[in-house]
Design a protein around this ligand. Structure first.
Ligand code: PMT
Length: 402
């Protein structure tokens, strides 16, 4: 790998004790590493240790006449090919999300134009707190990359999600983040979210898909240099950097958008939860109970929606086609049957009965199901990491992968 410049920003959490190991792993990969610390980080890890291992002076102060003379903080922000924040505390994530620049680390993060990779580490309840969830969401939406956190026993005595990813895993994510733009020149279409099938002017049939999985797939493709069209069902997620977004509501609208884009696409990934049925009729006005006989309820007649994935798979001259399968029992067997029925090149099966996977979670536990019966089961990963593993496979199908 090329020699690249990694600026490692360390914030004040107990996981900072693992940072020397991370510096060693990054140096072993051939990267030049410079470390900056928040003031509280120096309570958890020795600046001298980081200086010795990185071979570079460590900075903690925004205004340091001596060091600004050597390399000022803006030059440091410009120097980096990648900024890694490890560990990233809830506080530093909040400051990043809100664009604060009240110390050296946050000022560099605001000034840099390099990609940013974050390895969160905190108490399980802090990670789950709606404020942190919103901050993570907003950062992901701006293209910030995440690795971890992992689940397990935490230094605070709690057990659960919040452990910083291991240094080897962070180093692997750095390799990926700095890797070549492996999808440059490719056009991909990704669908995300649920569809909404109106019954009347106020009611609709829909499902629990948040769009997180599909948005992560789109963000990862854009990060790898692809031209990405994201066909998104209703939802409030921020559009990932570098992605062209087409908002749709119903399955019929999604079909139209997908097939308008498909002829020029090298790959289609259908992560959307498309409604299989829609109301046979859409009432022009709100259906009112006063208009029905006493105690009567209207009968809902449904008709089938087209199967976009199956239709795309049958199109002559199509590129790589990938589907997702939301299953709640006999996941692999059901996914295998679905793959054969739909005729796509790869099916990503997820067990949507789990609380930490499938709908609306930030993590997912998926299996890649291949034609012919091969199955790759992946551990519980963040949706961004699932997206990365997915594109690794699709790149091979496209013939552009390693
Ligand atoms: O959005 P999140 O909250 O992050 O949740 C992610 C997810 C659980 C929605 C996602 O990981 C997932 O599993 N998406 C597919 C959900 C689904 O509709 O599965 P299915 O088994 O019903 O459909 C199989 C495949 O056919 C899917 O690729 C689907 O997009 C496609 N399909 C389904 C019906 C239809 N009429 N047309 C289609 O193209």
């Amino acid at each position: 790998m090329d020699h690249r410049r990694v600026l490692l920003a360390v914030s004040g959490g107990i996981a900072a004790y693992k940072v020397p190991e991370l510096v060693r792993a990054l140096r072993a990969d051939g990267h030049e590493v410079r470390c900056v610390l928040t003031r509280s980080a120096a309570e958890f890890v020795s600046p001298l240790a980081l200086q010795t291992l990185s071979g570079s002076r460590v900075r903690a102060e925004l205004f340091d006449a001596e060091q600004e003379g050597e390399i000022d903080h803006i030059a440091l922000a410009d120097w980096a090919d990648l900024v890694v924040v490890a560990p990233a505390t809830a506080h530093v994530l909040a400051r990043m999300a809100h664009g604060l620049a009240d110390d050296l680390v946050t000022t560099l993060l605001l000034a840099t134009r390099a990609p940013v990779l974050v390895a969160p580490a905190m108490n399980v309840n802090m990670w789950a707190h709606p404020a942190t969830r919103a901050n993570v969401e907003s950062l992901r939406g701006r293209g910030v990359l995440f690795v971890g956190p992992a689940s397990g026993p935490l230094a605070c005595g709690w057990e659960g999600e919040g452990r910083m990813a291991e240094p080897a895993e962070i180093a692997a994510s750095v390799r990926l983040a700095l890797g070549p733009a492996s999808l440059a020149g490719r056009r991909v279409v990704v669908t995300a979210g649920g569809t909404r099938e109106p019954l009347d002017t106020v009611r609709a049939l829909t499902n629990r898909s948040s769009g997180k999985m599909g948005f992560a797939v789109a963000a990862e493709a854009a990060r790898r240099g692809a031209e990405v069209v994201l066909v998104a069902g209703p939802g409030g997620l921020a559009t990932p950097a570098g992605v062209r977004r087409l908002d749709v509501e119903t399955a019929l609208e999604m079909r139209e958008a997908v097939f308008a884009e498909l002829p020029r696409a090298d790959a289609l990934v259908m992560a959307a939860a498309v409604a299989d049925f829609r109301p046979a009729e859409r009432a022009e006005h709100k259906i009112k109970k006063e208009d029905l006989p006493e105690d009567a309820a209207p009968t809902l007649a449904l008709v089938r929606n087209p199967d976009i994935l199956a239709e795309a798979s049958r199109r002559p001259g199509r590129g790589v086609v990938v589907g997702f399968a939301a299953e709640s029992r006999d996941v692999l067997a059901a996914a295998q049957r679905k793959l054969e029925r739909k005729g796509c090149d790869l099916l990503v099966a997820n067990d949507v009965s789990r609380a930490d996977a499938g709908f609306d979670s930030d993590s997912n536990a998926v299996s890649f199901v291949w034609p012919g019966g091969d199955v790759e089961e992946l551990p519980l990963l963040s949706k961004s990491e699932v997206a990365a593993r997915l594109w690794d496979r699709v790149e091979k199908l496209l013939g552009s992968g390693a």
